[in-house]
Design a protein around this ligand. Structure first.
Ligand code: GLA
Length: 737
């Protein structure tokens, strides 16, 4: 791995044998991009890749330099207006009203390792040899503004991470109106854009479209990364599939409003922009102050979408997620929400927990409804004190009883929210985000606390940490069940209202940081009406996220498949729930519900007391299986084999690093009649290793056969004899030939 600087040509080459990222100092001292892709041999001068000369007679030239028109130039951090007409990465509104800037190269430094981003989540190294960082300093002399463009290359992964620091070195305040985290100008438009779109209960479905001249993109202006779009997009070549071909992945380590945009210009250059959404954003920067953008993660794969995903999984699982729970086996949990909703008392909870314990569950999670006057969703949010009517001994008493049963105890919070019918709101009506003199729009009868204000975050920290300190709590589910409307903070001046959305998210991160450092033994699972804030920002604090409120196995195939584009299986909360399913009314076999949920952080979300004796036996076996294989599932290499977005069959698998063991999930949506034979080609096995399938001594196949000829799928091997919604697992274990 190396970051090479060629002084004569003014070029930087970041390379690690997998990828190369080449930039240069342009004639006007801005930074240009020459190449990003598969590793190429270093040369002193790649200047011929600039392609910046003039195309048309009437071209606009930069300050009389007839060799430089920024509209034709691939740039690293472009500004609008000085001959580039495309959407820019940076914009600053100055005292005189101008928004034109000219940031020129001043110097750079290279160092081993990677710095932390103060107040923001980011990927990290455990050892300085894992990565190298380049910081390029740019300066605009008219407004005394400094930019530091930061690039980290990881030694063993095809990954570049980027972020930008703004510093006001002058004497007057100016307003940052656009501060994206990354711009990537690629030299051609032969791509399809892949992204993850959806809504509540159908999050992260895979969408693919061809790029065309003009602007295409996704965004959130909802105050959260959202269920509608994920802060991620990929550009893949039209021929790229799951296992071959080139693809670039762009992910933003952030949980608030974002923009991910691709612009194809008239000369076939493709500009990718990624960062905090510039709409609703305006950040005044006073003399001496700095502004730090979130981090963008750029991945290159020449092994198709699976190659890209495996890189993201490895990076996010081991160098973005943190804490004691990062590498530990996750507990099999039962959550009471779908079983009881708000309608429970201590006896009912203990009954649920007792049955769960008998069947092998390790963690009981008490969901919404345990606090204040929370007997329905119209009251109590914000009051993080025991509801002693429901739980006479409070959380402390209940947690002790659950622990005495031999189980761990977990608890639900929704820290950022308040009902108007709550003591907190009655005490501090000005603590919600709302625009003075205008109505505030409720959603699920709740309002958003103004986390851009430190005193609000402090208050919630104090009340939550008291509960966590006083009771034996091993897990927290941190929910967030509505987006932000009428965004306005009474804690900020008129000129600072453009800060609210971002400062809100910084408040969320601050509370997460304080709680996770004070309670490092607690496993945090994030949630946002299911997966409306399933993003890399939150993953830094909470190593798992409730993937979706939709627990139907068939719907989950699509949701988990899409989520796996960049998020590791260890991060996806996945539970077996009752049938008919509460979201779609579908009846799927108990086996299938588990066969889908195994490929996540596994648990149950139903009343186990209602199971028949036969079903209870099945569940006990499922829990044993989940325990046996959770390390393989969470830490192995994951391969998507068959897409739920095409046809009736879905398949995926995980293989351990040593290729000794694998687990394959095969799922059928609708059964067909008199169909052809089916084979499933596996991936990632050792070709000359003999594998035994499902412990059957008569079923031995070499890895090459399983990958190249395929595994024969017999209908009668699927549960329910291959009827609608059936499925099966194949466990492969290496044996000596
Ligand atoms: C959200 C969550 C659910 C549950 C409820 C409780 O919808 O996604 O899992 O916690 O809130 O109100």
């Amino acid at each position: 791995m190396a970051i090479i600087y060629h002084e004569k040509s003014g070029e930087f080459h970041l390379t690690n044998g997998h990828i190369s990222y080449v930039m240069n100092i342009l004639a006007n001292k801005q930074i240009g991009n020459l190449y990003f892709g598969r590793a190429i041999t270093d040369q002193d001068d790649f200047g011929h890749l600039l392609e910046g000369g003039l195309k048309a007679l009437a071209a606009y030239v930069f300050e009389d330099d007839y060799q430089l028109s920024l509209q034709y130039t691939k740039q690293e951090y472009p500004a609008y207006g000085a001959t580039d007409f495309r959407y820019p990465a940076v914009e600053i509104k100055q005292e005189n009203g101008s928004r034109i800037t000219h940031f020129q190269y001043q110097g750079h430094q290279v160092f081993q390792g990677k710095k932390k981003l103060p107040g923001l989540p980011a990927t990290y190294v455990e050892n300085d040899t894992e990565a190298e960082t380049l910081e390029i300093t740019l300066y605009d002399e008219v407004i005394d503004a400094e930019l530091i463009l930061s690039y980290t290359i990881f030694s063993h992964l095809p990954v570049i991470t980027r972020h930008v620091l703004f510093r006001n070195r002058g004497t007057s305040t100016w307003n940052i109106t656009r501060a994206l985290s990354a711009c990537m100008d690629l030299p051609d438009p032969e791509f399809e854009m892949l992204h993850l779109a959806g809504a509540w209960s159908r999050e992260r479905h895979v969408k693919i479209r061809k790029l065309e001249q003009g602007v295409q993109g996704i965004y959130s202006l909802r105050g959260a990364s959202s269920a509608e779009h994920n802060p991620f997009l990929a550009l893949k070549r039209p021929g790229t599939d799951e296992f071959s071909g080139e693809v670039y992945g762009f992910s933003l380590v952030y949980s608030g409003n974002f923009l991910a945009q691709v612009e194809v210009d008239t000369h076939d250059a493709t500009r990718v922009l990624l960062g905090i959404h510039p709409d609703q954003f305006e950040w005044p920067l006073a003399p001496g102050e700095v502004f730090q953008t979130p981090e963008a993660v750029l991945v290159h794969s020449n092994q198709g979408l699976n190659g890209m995903s495996q890189t993201f999984h490895q990076l996010f699982r081991t160098r973005l997620a943190r804490g004691q729970w990062r590498d530990r086996e996750r507990p099999i949990l039962i959550n009471n929400w779908e079983a009881t909703s708000f309608d429970f008392d201590e006896a009912k909870i203990l009954q649920l927990a007792g049955r769960a314990r008998e069947l092998g569950v390790e963690l009981f999670v008490l969901d919404d409804g345990w606090f204040g006057a929370r007997n329905h969703d119209r009251a109590g949010l914000g009051d993080w004190v025991d509801n002693t009517q429901k739980l006479p001994g409070g959380i402390r008493g209940l947690a002790a009883k659950i622990e005495a049963m031999g189980m761990k105890f977990g608890l639900w919070f929704e820290p950022e929210m308040v009902n108007k019918d709550s003591d907190l709101y009655r005490m501090h009506p000005d603590w919600i985000l709302h625009t003075p003199e205008r109505a505030a729009s409720p959603s699920r009868n709740q309002f958003v606390l103004d986390f851009s204000r430190k005193e609000v975050v402090d208050y919630i920290y104090t009340s939550m940490s008291k509960v966590l300190r006083e009771a034996a709590i091993s897990y927290v589910k941190w929910d967030m069940n509505r987006y932000i409307t009428e965004c306005y903070s009474l804690g900020l001046s008129a000129g600072e209202q453009g800060k609210v959305f971002h400062q809100y998210i910084l408040g969320v991160y601050d509370l997460y940081e304080r709680l996770t450092s004070e309670f490092p033994h607690i496993l945090f699972e994030s949630c946002s009406s299911g997966g409306a804030r399933f993003d890399p920002g939150i993953l830094y604090y909470a190593p798992q996220t409730w993937t979706s409120d939709d627990t139907d196995a068939m719907e989950r195939l699509k949701i988990q498949y899409g989520t796996s584009m960049l998020y590791p299986l260890s991060s996806m909360g996945a539970h077996v729930s009752e049938v008919p399913n509460q979201q779609v009314g579908r009846v799927t076999p108990l086996e299938t519900r588990a066969n889908v949920a195994y490929f996540g952080a596994f648990g149950y979300e139903l009343d186990l007391n209602l199971l028949t004796a036969e079903e209870a036996e099945v569940v006990a076996e499922q829990i044993k299986l989940a325990k046996r294989h959770r390390r393989l599932i969470h830490q192995g290499l994951f391969y998507r084999l068959k897409s739920p977005f095409q046809g009736q069959a879905t398949a995926w698998m995980v293989v351990d690093k040593a290729m000794n063991e694998a687990l394959v999930g095969y799922y059928q949506v609708l059964n067909g009649v008199n169909e052809g034979w089916k084979r499933l080609k596996l991936m990632g096995l050792q070709p000359d290793t003999l594998y035994q399938v499902n412990g059957n001594p008569g079923r031995l196949h070499y890895g090459d056969e399983l990958m190249y000829a395929g595994l024969v799928i017999k209908k009668n091997e699927l549960c329910a004899n291959g009827a609608d919604f059936s499925s099966t697992l194949f466990h492969l274990q290496r044996v000596e030939a």
